[in-house]
Design a protein around this ligand. Structure first.
Ligand SMILES: Nc1nc2c(ncn2[C@@H]2O[C@H](COP(=O)(O)OP(=O)(O)OP(=O)(O)O)[C@@H](O)[C@H]2O)c(=O)[nH]1
Ligand SMILES: [Mg+2]
Length: 335
């Protein structure tokens, strides 16, 4: 029997190590948690509104073009804003990465490159910090933990640019697809649209979050399957609250009606929020590190190893001729 399986030795008094979990909790609470979310989608699909609705705060300003004559913005203008929000002692340090105007250009070829580069750059920054001789105790984490991908509700299914972008993003980050402005669809249309999108994701081999990995147990797998069967979340946003039956609710006026975004039968905003923030927030952060960053890290280190091995081989290839030439020469001493 190993010592870890043995019966605990009885204590004759209070030692105090039962505070260990509290000590960890206090330290984590002091430091706060870092969560980095990126939004990707066409201009005006409600990216800023969804972030503001998700975190119940005015975090991003709408930057939609006011006039058709305004200059078309390009994906290259990626902007990151940092916020700190607190809920019952828990501080969440949020980095919101906005990629305005994705896909609204006439030529969308390679429009995903700056987005992919941004994500990889964050892995690279982290790796460099990790590899320095004197490492920081706590490496600042700017790695993108979740990418909310906005799908236009007016299309037939995913557009070819969407497919290309999703393929690239799904390989390097946790991608959560959402149908934007779902109030534009009836419930029936919504289901048909969702099915078409799921089929397109599947047939193109696009990996969306959540996915099964080695550390998953049966319960995780069941939950993942359930979420995958709902994806993409059909969301409606509302940045303001409206009084309904004497209580404030987040709702959007649509025509003569009202959509309560926090009502599960109206849209899937609540399902998205619960999934992202209440059940899977830690997993999103963890998966980014253990799956995507790890794969980036091992590829980079392997490439580094290969290039230094190549360099060494080149050196030894050129060395023998030189060494042999020297070996045949009588040394000054011997002479
Ligand atoms: N009908 C409807 N309108 C919405 C919804 N969400 C946002 N909007 C409206 O769409 C417009 C654009 O919203 P934004 O959140 O600024 O869109 P964006 O994607 O951030 O736009 P850019 O930052 O310019 O790329 C605003 O007038 C919003 O009120 C929604 O769920 N339904
Ligand atoms: Mg915006």
């Amino acid at each position: 029997m190993s010592s870890s399986e043995s019966v605990p030795t009885p204590l004759s008094g209070y030692v105090g190590f039962d505070t260990l979990t509290k000590q960890i909790e206090n330290r984590l609470l002091r430091r706060g948690f870092q969560f980095n979310v990126m939004v990707v989608g066409q201009t005006g699909l409600g990216k800023s509104s969804l972030i503001n609705t998700l975190f119940a705060a005015n975090l991003l300003q709408s930057k939609g073009r006011m006039d058709p004559s305004d200059e078309v913005r390009q994906t290259t203008s990626i902007t990151t804003t940092s916020h700190s929000i607190v809920e019952r002692n828990v501080r969440l340090n949020l980095n919101l990465i906005d990629t305005p105007g994705y896909g609204d250009l006439i030529n969308n070829e390679h429009c995903w490159e700056p987005i992919v580069k941004y994500i990889k750059d964050q892995y690279s920054i982290y790796l460099r910090k990790e590899l320095t001789a004197v490492r920081e105790r706590h490496i600042p984490d700017t790695r993108v933990h979740a990418v909310l991908f906005f799908i236009d509700p007016s299309g037939h299914s995913l557009r070819s640019t969407d497919i290309q972008v999703l393929k690239k993003l799904g390989d390097i980050a946790n991608v959560i697809p959402v149908i934007a402005k779902a109030d534009a669809l009836t419930l029936g249309e919504r289901e048909v649209f969702k099915k078409r999108i799921r089929a397109a994701l599947h047939s193109n081999g696009i990996r969306t979050y959540p996915f099964d990995h080695d550390n998953n147990d049966d319960e995780d797998r069941e939950l993942n399957n359930l979420v995958q069967s709902i994806l993409p979340f059909a969301v409606v946003t509302a940045e303001r609250t409206i009084e309904l039956d004497g209580r404030p609710v987040r709702a959007r006026r649509v025509g003569s009606g009202l959509i309560n975004v926090e009502n599960k039968s109206h849209c899937e905003f609540l399902q998205l929020r619960d999934f992202m923030l209440r059940t899977n927030l830690h997993d999103l952060i963890e998966t980014t590190s253990s799956t995507f960053y790890e794969s980036f890290r091992s590829k980079q280190l392997l490439a580094l190893k290969e290039s230094s091995a190549k360099q060494q081989a080149q050196q030894t290839q050129s060395q023998p001729a030189y060494a042999n030439a020297n070996a045949n020469k009588p040394s000054a001493q011997a002479a």
